[in-house]
Every structure is written in structure tokens, then in C-alpha cells.
Design a protein around this ligand. Sequence first.
Ligand code: NAP
Length: 313
Amino acid sequence: MIRVLFADRAENWPRYKAPLAHALAQAGVRAEIVLPDAAAPDSIDYIVYSPMGPVQDFTPFTRAKAVLNLWAGVERVVGNKTLTQPLCRMVDDGLERGMVEYVTGHVLRYHLGLDATLAQQDGIWRHDDGVPPLARNRRVVMLGLGALGAACAQSLSGLGFDVTGWSRSPKQITGITCLDGAAGLRQALSHAEILVSLLPDTPETSNLLNAQTLALLPKGAAIINPGRGTLIDDAALLAALDAGQIGHATLDVFRVEPLPPAHPYWAHPRVTVTPHIAAESRAETAAQVVAENIRRSEAGEALLYLVDRARGY
Ligand code: NAP
């Protein structure tokens, strides 16, 4: 019998208890799931981890064979010097579908000009304002073509949008123009009417959207950032919004969360703040990923979604 530690916040245990037990049984893994303080750290075989949970020092977990993160983002754990075990991030169908819905919804909002439509209460029948562009005439750029970025890009492409994606390594995705490298970034930004950022937080992506790169976007472009707050130089974005270079920004993630009430983003007329709700791991589907990785580890098979510690994601 192996021992699995559930090291997320205690309030999440009721949501995960039954799905984890069920998924482990389905995967054919005989396991006892324990909560922090209920078992000696050196008796734990696997750690189901969340950055919000109680485990921050992995040193006492001398027997642990892997740390299985319930979050897609790993920036809060990847640099932990006490972590010597393999670290897996979460790639979960529920998380992916949630992100696809959030991104698609906000892209459609910009594409259709819904904010202006919803604000119309002046009795003016604006029928002759011109023929609006179709999705195929709208250029959307996705920064990051990983599990989430690729799924969002494909969904938008399926709706007909003209989608370009940018990633670190070259990619081929049906229906998406895939770019990489510094020249690829400049090319992608230069025609991004709607820019979506789904990059991880690493030293290389920090402040990727800054005064210089924001200036490459077509004037009036919209930005949607459900990636990480560190991707954006906040002062540069606020200046670009005030100058009209950026038409609107929808921001789900911030350097400091919760976003402090006095932060200028809250009151800015061309910023929409959402409280880090773009996508959540769902207990039923996330538990299956955790169980499958434990099964693999016990069978001597390669782990899924292993984090490259040197790359940082
Ligand atoms: P992922 O599968 O690891 O994909 C990351 C993508 O970013 C990959 O395409 C990668 O390129 C690219 N990338 C990384 N560093 C780069 C660099 N320096 N230059 C160019 N491209 C770079 O991650 P994911 O599962 O799609 O998740 C993406 C991020 O979404 C997470 O890290 C997290 O921060 C965020 N997230 C937010 C929420 C929310 O609720 N707001 C929820 C879940 C996740 P390669 O493909 O070449 O490696």
C-alpha cells in the first residue's frame, strides 16, 4: 500500500476526497490518502501539492517519489531548493476547457464590440455604422502554445479567427500560423488586433510585454492576460492605455493577488479586472491525472507533464 499526502489547503479536501480515492482505484493503485500531520513525512510516497498548501519544505519527505502539482503554473515551487523529487504540473481537461471558455468569451467580446453595444442607451439606431468584420478578418495572437494556449488557439481558429501563435520551440498546429524566436515575436505582435498571453512565469517571460513590445502592436489593440501578472510591465501598460496605443486590457492575473483595492487597474476605464478565475483545476479530472501519474511511477513508466526545472515550466 502506498501513501499519498494531500497537501492542498484543508478546505479543498472535501472536493478532492472522493474523486482522488475513485481515480486511484480506477487506475489500479492501492493507496492510502493522508492529510498533513496525519502521517510521518518519511512515510509518504507521493505529494499532491498546491502552492497554497502547508508543505513548503520537502526535506523531510525522504521517501517521496514525485510531487504532483494541482496547478498548471509552477513558478512558486520550481525554484524551491528543498525539492529534489520530480515535479509534475497539472494539465487537466477541466482546466483547459475553463481557459478555452474564458479566452473565447473575451475575444468575442472584443471582436463584436460588446462593451459599446451594452453601453448604448441613447435611443440612437446605429444601423449604418458599416459592415463589421467577420472572425476571419480579425487577427488574434496567442503568446504560448502549450496545453492551454494551443487549446485556445484551436478553438478560436475553429470559430474562423485568423490565429497566430508564438512559443519557445517551433510548432506545427493545423489552422494556426506558428512563430517562435525574437523575430517571430515581433512579427506576431505587429499584427495582433487581439493579443492573448498564456505564457508561464519564468525569468525569460518577465516583463515580456513592456513599452517596446507594446509599441509593436497595432494602435488600439486589445490584450487578454490569463497567463501570469509578471508577463506585463504594469506601468508600461497603463501608459499605453492612456496613450490609446492599447485600446483595452482584460487582466486575470497580477503581480500581487488579490489586486490591492487602490491599484490603478481597478478604476481604469479601459481595464477589466477578473480575480484569477480564468480556469480552475476540477477535482474529478485533476484526480485522474494525479492517479495516472502515480500508476505510471509505480509501473516504472515516464511521468506525464514533468516540469523542466532548468527552463522553469
Ligand atoms: P505549458 O503547457 O507549459 O505551455 C507554456 C507555453 O509557453 C509553451 O508553448 C512554451 O513554449 C511557451 N513559452 C514558455 N517560455 C517561453 C519563452 N521564453 N518564449 C516563448 N514561449 C515560451 O503551460 P500551460 O498549461 O499552457 O499554462 C500556461 C500558463 O497559464 C501557466 O503557466 C499559468 O501561468 C497560466 N494559467 C493561468 C490560469 C488562470 O486561471 N488564470 C489557470 C491555469 C494556468 P514551448 O511549447 O516551446 O515549450
